[in-house]
Design a protein around this ligand. Sequence first.
Ligand code: SF4
Length: 386
Amino acid sequence: MNDRDLPRIVPLIDLRLSALPMPVTDHLPESRISGTGQLTDTLGRPLRDLRISVTDRCNFRCNYCMPKAIFDKDYAYLPHQALLSFEEITRVAKVFVAHGVQKIRLTGGEPLLRKNVELLVEQLAALRTPQGQALDITLTTNGSLLARKARELKAAGLQRVTVSLDGLDDTVFRSMNDVDFPVADVLAGIEAAQAAGLGPIKINMVVKRGTNEHEILPMARHFRGSGIVLRFIEYMDVGATNGWRMNEVLPSSEVVKLIHAELPLVQLEPSNPGETAARWGYADACGQHDKALGEIGVISSVTQAFCGSCNRARLSTEGKLFLCLFASKGYDLRSLIRGDASDADLSSAIGHIWQGRSDRYSELRSALAPDTGFGGRRVEMSYIGG
Ligand code: SF4
């Protein structure tokens, strides 16, 4: 099987504008792949986790993801008709579930900006795995609208949320979101999510050396014993607009050392295969994990790559399938979804795409000298979700 048999690949100058529709008959491989839940890629990795971006818009301008200088007032967002509808998203999600997906994460941009997103949650929550299991439906948000939406989302079937929060100090937080948004409103959103039962809640803090590393200990002290899992994410060279430099990365090993010096930690086993975070539990006086104190996580895509167990696919808000967060090419599924392709056609196309997957960007990057770029122009994280 070679690239000629796979659906059309679109070079990533600006995918949103340059994608070509995919005529069904010409490009779909003869051999059919149906949903058996056993699909693996060229590195033997199963397809278990689907991240769906439901909007390319956001009300924050975090400089490591959507720098204001690029995503300014003249930035051309996708027209609404270009976005997959909730029904189209649910249809393609069903096909992914038949291929083995057990977890769906809604992302963006900021997913809560998508009008009535709880209706999509309801549709996805009704899906079942081939074994009849409910899916793990979760959502990543900047928390700005969470206080208003938490109850509706829970009622619609959302199980958990992950909230991005890069500091507790209001000045630091406002400068990192770059829209002067107050930290108090995000903390209120986290409280509302906890009250609505959207847990266990996870908090994602991107650590950028020279910007917010002094917030690591205040954050750890604040969430320790709260039942909320705080994760520290190494600053990544996602996309092509955040001006990433290796010397602004604070390796997770230093984060763990810093916290351990004040709040002793003990390493924990991964809770599931493909988990991105390495887990560290707060220790009691005997050095054992004290569950009441909880745990933290570190996500070390730069210094400790975890591509070997990466079972994640990403669907952009207009139906392009990406096989890696650092991808520089995508597959246009929307023309299949909006064309005359059957679900079996869609299943076969997705099957062939995943089977041919060999992505392991972080592993390859870590073998290179710092700041050595490679590969094509990477897709923006705000477009396919983190
Ligand atoms: S770099 Fe790509 S392949 Fe590696 S873990 Fe991240 S998304 Fe997966």
